[in-house]
Design a protein around this ligand. Structure first.
Ligand code: CTP
Ligand code: MG
Length: 172
């Protein structure tokens, strides 16, 4: 029962996890870095960066693309929720918007780009994904609660691993 709920929750959120994991990887690919630009085009608001250099166009597009691709591929498996490739796109977009919202909030508080805020950094994309999925009528409370609990430790392990494998510049 618990195990199937856990697996169901991970299966449900997978596109958002991928959408959130892909952008940090592109920093290690040189040609992508060359053609990239910050989402806020380096602009500030009241003396503070709007989002900061950690939110980029390539990150947004690649996150959306790979997250949606995962959702599309999930449609070929006989598990719930079924078929709807749209859900993969919505979860990915929600994840990326949630992450941008957190950066906007961090900058307003004067936290430097890349600065750590425990729990916000790990959960911004989950909340964003559920908010947007909720607008489409896909909100699942049980999955939401489970993912709020299990995402921070999963995030920690995958980030330390990504950092050790030289895929990611910071271990958080
Ligand atoms: N990233 C990106 N585009 C995005 C999101 C993330 O290019 N839309 C890349 C950036 O290289 C960023 C890295 O992923 O530095 C890590 O993402 P994140 O931790 O969300 O950003 P931070 O750099 O920590 O910045 P912030 O303080 O704004 O969260
Ligand atoms: Mg960060």
């Amino acid at each position: 029962m618990i195990a199937s709920l856990f697996l169901g929750a991970i299966w449900f959120i997978l596109p958002a996890y991928v959408a959130n994991a892909v952008p940090p990887l592109e920093g290690s690919i040189k040609w992508i870095r060359r053609y990239n630009a910050p989402l806020d085009f380096g602009k500030s608001w009241k003396g503070k960066p709007i989002l900061g250099p950690g939110k980029t166009w390539m990150g947004l597009f690649l996150g959306l693309f790979f997250g949606s691709l995962v959702g599309f591929l999930q449609g070929f498996f006989p598990f719930e929720p079924q078929g709807f490739w749209m859900l993969g796109f919505i979860l990915s977009l929600g994840a990326l918007l949630g992450d941008m919202g957190a950066s906007f909030f961090k900058r307003r508080l004067g936290i430097k780009p890349g600065g750590k805020v425990i729990l916000l950094d790990q959960l911004d994309f989950v909340v964003g994904a559920f908010l947007l999925a909720g607008l489409g009528g896909w909100f699942n409370w049980r999955y939401f609660v489970i993912l709020l609990v299990v995402t921070p430790p999963i995030h920690l392990v995958t980030n330390v691993l990504g950092h050790k494998l030289n895929l990611k510049s910071r271990p958080w």
